[in-house]
Design a protein around this ligand. Structure first.
Ligand code: AMP
Ligand code: MG
Length: 349
């Protein structure tokens, strides 16, 4: 049987992403970033994203094929992100994928973007077998989503808790705008936090009295605005105050996540724990999650936290979409019925 080689497309937000994958092996993973275009708005502007995706898609597909050392003749199926995401942005990827599928007579596999993030830890740089997994806990922390997902098996997911308002990355980006740190602010806050004291400003911990595993970051944002207004009444922040501020905010955001993770681990057991999404690139978050797992040693069979093998696989990318699709090669979908699903929940796959 001919080996499956997939070309995967993700245009769910502000990155035009195309990858070529075979099973869980990543042959190429190309991302045309629109960050510079959106910087002036301090966030993603949907119509600007749509136009940029339209311009970027063909060159990104060409680059992904070339970097993988493949041509269209090698590709056996296409995969595309169907949702969740920004509707106008999703539309561009789906329309392009349908056109490529029709031109090259290929099946098209629709993928949930969050399932992609969940399975991003399974992507490998070298050839390896498709693993089956049962009862893992996936923690997704990104610019658009923050949630705890129980992976009953690959393809069957239960959301244990999720943010009720902003995502963690979105919260860091919005606070970054208050502090004039540029966009996206998460990586800058990480660097400044290394020079500051995380205990300098004691932030209140959100949702400690609720029994759910849900999260909320909007209070941290409001608290930051109030503290900042008080602190800067007479003088702007000194450099050290800014570093302390970043360290304290970052600690507050991550402490909230690990507080809820700890609650989950007190009540459930898992085979392993996975971390994905753009904020998963942050080394302090990884350390705090590892410490929480260690404190609940008997609750996780394999206590080693699994993270994607590169930071490029943490942020929005199409390699994770190809990896998710590799588990669905036997599903048959009529290409023409694939429409965008901007609010598609990962439980409803
Ligand atoms: P995504 O939505 O998965 O593409 O991830 C983008 C989000 O991740 C943005 O909100 C970034 O600010 C955030 N981010 C990226 N790198 C880091 C980092 N090292 N620390 C914290 N946040 C980060
Ligand atoms: Mg994402």
């Amino acid at each position: 049987m001919k080996k499956s080689i997939l070309l995967a497309i993700d245009t769910s937000c502000d990155d035009t992403a195309v990858a070529v994958t075979s099973g869980t092996t990543v042959l190429s993973n190309v991302i045309a970033s629109q960050t510079d275009l959106h910087r002036q708005y301090g966030g993603v502007f949907p119509t600007v994203a749509k136009q940029a995706h339209k311009e970027n898609i063909q060159p990104t597909v060409t680059a992904a094929l070339r970097r993988a050392g493949t041509t269209w003749d090698d590709i056996t199926a296409l995969a595309v992100t169907q949702g969740p995401g920004l509707a106008p942005a999703l539309e561009v990827g789906i329309t392009a994928a349908k056109a490529y599928a029709s031109e090259h007579n290929l099946p098209l596999i629709p993928i949930n973007h969050l399932e992609g993030h969940v399975l991003s830890v399974l992507a490998k740089p070298k050839p390896s077998k498709l693993l089956e997994v049962a009862n893992a806990l996936s923690i997704i922390v990104s610019g658009g989503n923050t949630l705890f997902v129980r992976v009953e098996k690959i393809g069957k997911y239960t959301v244990l808790g999720q943010t009720l308002d902003d995502a963690a990355g979105e919260c860091l980006d919005k606070i970054g705008r208050m502090l004039n740190l540029g966009y996206p602010a998460g990586p800058v806050i990480e660097q400044f936090a290394k020079l500051g004291n995380p205990k300098a400003i004691p932030f209140p911990l959100p949702l400690t009295t609720t029994k759910t595993y849900d999260l909320s970051f909007s209070g941290i944002k409001t608290y930051t605005r109030n503290v900042l207004e008080d602190k800067t009444v007479s003088n702007p922040l000194t450099k050290q105050e800014l570093y302390d501020f970043c360290a304290s905010i970052q600690f507050a955001v991550f402490r909230h996540i690990t507080y809820k993770l700890n609650k989950i681990l007190q009540n459930m057991t898992f085979s392993q724990i996975w971390l994905g999404g753009g904020v998963a690139a942050n080394t302090t978050l990884r350390r705090m999650i590892r410490e929480t797992i260690r404190a609940n040693g008997d609750k996780v069979h394999n206590p080693k936290l699994a993270v994607p093998y590169s930071k490029k696989l943490c942020m929005d990318n199409a390699a994770m979409i190809g990896v998710a699709a590799s588990y669905k090669l036997k599903h048959k979908t009529d290409n023409e019925t694939i429409e965008r699903r901007p609010r598609w929940e990962v439980e409803k796959i």
